[in-house]
Write a protein that binds this ligand. Structure first.
Ligand code: GDP
Ligand code: MN
Length: 381
């Protein structure tokens, strides 16, 4: 789950990382009151789940109320990479001497945490990596050992930050590491981490991705509320399904994330466009198929549905019974193509046979089923 900047800053502040005083507002009048509270000059910052807001005109400095009104009016309602700005964050502006970059993430291949630090911040780190790879100091941290202050100091020196910023940076990086590990984040990034003209080191931006698998250990309900999902994703989320909405017309249901991904690939390979990714998971519960089919069939884009099941621990006949029970409970507008393979697939197929017809078809292989589903979707258009 990605946090908005202001949420990331609240999250950082809880770990003692210095951030600017600010207010969240959704109107120009509220922005004016907020600015009076935090004190001019202020920065008006669009709160959307994408980066590069500055370049898109979504971050503006205002020295007085007139400027503030202009910027707040322009930014509220602005479209940034397909995200409409509904709320802006007003914070007291900082006097910047230097801009740095700092982040922690997981390096899966090294099985370690990866810290990245650069004296060239404020711009996209990918651009720095391309232009001047040596400008990024990397540190790999064994999760068991953690990050010591001495290591952290060496790292800051390796990144060649201004010596004036060294103590402040070490302090923030140690706190950022705690925010990353104890907070169960997949990514924490400060860009820019600034050295102010008064010598203080300070987080000016916040990018935080929390690990959804750790949600049970935390109260993330405030963050949950502001997540933007499309309608289909919202319904799937409530039903506890792993679903991602796409733009095509072939609805997909598969058991297992890997098989669901392959199903998308095969549909693409035969010239079709998947409408979604959906993993119903293990088990063969009719309730799950009802929920999955309902979400997919409600999507006006969907013209055919491809159910791709590979029996494993859950046997073919259990899956077949689950699907048959589900179809007895809801009316599905789009034609369905089933491919059933794996454990006890023959038994499952036998159970499905009496139900086959124009609305429910079966194909022996994944490729044939994909072709059939794509053909039916095309015919419906
Ligand atoms: P992003 O473009 O989405 O990454 O948004 P940022 O929060 O990183 O802001 C973009 C840029 O705006 C920063 O790199 C700064 O150069 C500038 N900026 C943001 N806040 C301030 C501030 O308080 N004072 C000044 N002078 N510039 C700021
Ligand atoms: Mn930034």
């Amino acid at each position: 789950m990605d946090l908005l900047e202001y949420q990331g800053k609240q999250y950082f502040a809880a770990f003692g990382i210095p951030v600017s005083d600010g207010r969240l507002v959704d109107s120009v009048e509220a922005a004016v009151s907020a600015a009076a509270e935090v004190g001019y000059p202020v920065v008006v910052k669009a709160q959307v789940h994408v980066g590069g807001r500055g370049k898109a005109g979504g971050v503006k400095l205002a020295h007085d109320e007139d400027e503030l009104r202009t910027h707040a009016t322009n930014i509220l309602g602005m479209d940034i990479k397909g995200h409409t700005v509904r709320v802006v964050w007003i914070e007291h502006a900082s006097d910047i001497a230097e801009e740095y970059y700092a982040s922690f993430t997981l390096d899966r291949s090294a099985k370690k945490y990866l810290g990245m630090l650069s004296a060239q911040g404020g711009v996209e780190i990918e651009a720095v990596a391309e232009r001047d790879p040596d400008a990024i100091a990397r540190i790999w941290i064994d999760p068991v050992d953690g990050l010591s202050e001495a290591q952290c100091r060496d790292w800051v020196q390796a990144a060649r930050l201004n010596p004036v910023a060294e103590n402040g940076a070490v302090d923030i990086l140690l706190k950022l590491y705690r925010a990353f590990t104890e907070g169960d984040a997949d990514l924490v990034e400060i860009n820019p981490l600034i050295l102010r003209t008064d010598g203080a080191v300070h987080a000016l931006d916040a990018k935080v991705t929390l690990d959804n698998n750790a949600a049970f250990r935390h109260d993330w309900s405030d963050y949950e509320r502001t997540q933007v999902r499309d309608e289909r994703e919202e319904a799937a989320f409530r039903a506890g399904l792993q679903y991602v909405g796409l733009d095509g017309n072939v609805g997909i249901i598969a058991n297992g994330a890997g098989l669901a991904m392959s199903t998308l690939d095969v549909v693409n390979q035969v010239g079709g466009e998947p409408a979604n990714f959906l993993d119903v998971g293990g088990g063969a519960d009719a309730d799950k198929f009802v929920a999955a089919l309902a979400i997919i069939d409600n999507d006006p884009r969907v013209k055919s549905i491809f159910i791709n099941i590979f029996g494993g621990i859950t046997r073919g006949e259990e899956v077949a019974n689950g699907i048959i029970a589900a179809l007895g409970r809801i009316d599905i507008a789009s034609p369905i193509v089933i491919r059933l393979d794996g454990t006890n697939a023959d038994e499952g197929r036998k159970l499905l046979e009496p139900h086959l017809g124009a609305k429910l078809q079966m194909a022996p292989t994944m490729l044939e089923a994909a072709r059939k589903a794509v053909e039916l979707a095309g015919a419906a258009n």
